[in-house]
Design a protein around this ligand. Structure first.
Ligand SMILES: Nc1ncnc2c1ncn2[C@@H]1O[C@H](COP(=O)(O)OP(=O)(O)OP(=O)(O)O)[C@@H](O)[C@H]1O
Length: 266
């Protein structure tokens, strides 16, 4: 497994790396971190180029341990940029604390092994099912089969069979969910992964978020809002600013609120 492949699995948006500045690799590894998963953004701003406007502007918010958080907003509002800061894809201003540790003080590779990402476009490698779900060979067959059965991927008989690259997008997406399931990281990011899947797969992914990841902190960029009420907290992003936040039921009641507008339009 090359370092690049490792990174793809952790962050998935591998194409972004080619455009990225050299990161600071240093920092201190903390054993048994994170224990809990409160996440706190303190005055976080981001611009992709020094001569460009900020795409995230002075973000301040907190996510509680085990909370299920939906990030919602129009195209180009800054949702992906926001989650990219959590894995330090780009240099940002301000601080993000996870379990009271400033993530800028951690080695970036270490940080990325602690956060699972289920990507918008599923990343599947031409290898075996096992290599796709557990590329670093850290998990038992039992754990891998458990993940496979959790997402009802019944078409596989053997972990060492080659993946058919013509699997449907839903099947590929479920393999990515299995990867996150076996990693058992306390923070799991779903990057708009309900956008391209069918209704049954969308329902299944939502069930995994609510039930299987019940003990984890989940942050999901949500394009389709059908399951928005299943989340504890919704952050509505517009032009790099959080313009609404709160529990979905309250936000949906707000007349002319951004969430209720987006919801009604679907
Ligand atoms: N790698 C990049 N380099 C330069 N600008 C970028 C980059 N990625 C995003 N942007 C710009 O930053 C702004 C926010 O984009 P971002 O992808 O975070 O929004 P989004 O809400 O996730 O959009 P979408 O729903 O379309 O995925 C946009 O103006 C976008 O063009």
């Amino acid at each position: 497994m090359t370092r690049l492949e490792n990174r793809m699995i952790t962050v998935e948006r591998v194409l972004e790396y080619t455009k990225q500045k050299q990161e600071n690799k240093g920092g201190l590894v903390i054993e048994h971190w994170p224990k809990g998963c409160e996440i706190r953004f303190k005055d976080v701003s981001l611009s992709y180029k020094s001569d460009q406007d900020h795409v995230l502007k002075h973000l301040n918010f907190a996510i509680k341990n085990k909370e299920k958080v939906a990030i919602v907003g129009r195209t180009g509002s800054g949702k992906t940029s926001l989650i990219s800061t959590l894995v330090r894809l780009y240099d940002f201003e301000g601080n993000i604390f996870i379990d009271n540790v400033d993530i800028k003080t951690l080695p970036v590779d270490f940080l990325r092994t602690k956060i699972s990402v289920v990507p918008q476009e599923p990343t599947i490698f031409s290898g075996t099912l096992r290599e796709n779900i557990d590329p670093t060979r850290q998990h038992s067959d039992d754990d891998i089969w458990k993940a496979i059965s959790t997402v009802n991927l019944s078409l596989f008989q053997n972990l060492d069979e080659k993946i058919d690259m013509n699997l449907s997008i839903c099947q590929k997406q479920l393999i990515c969910v299995c990867r996150a399931l076996v990693q058992r990281n306390k923070i799991v990011i779903f990057d708009e992964c309900n956008a391209t899947v069918d209704n049954d797969t969308e329902a299944l992914i939502q069930k995994v978020i609510s039930e299987i990841f019940a003990e984890y902190t989940v942050i999901a960029i949500m394009h389709k809002l059908r399951y928005i009420l299943d989340f504890d907290l919704v952050l509505v992003v517009d032009k790099g600013v959080i313009i609404e936040s709160g529990d979905p039921a309250s936000l949906l009641k707000k007349k002319n609120g951004m969430l209720s507008n987006l919801f009604e339009r679907q």
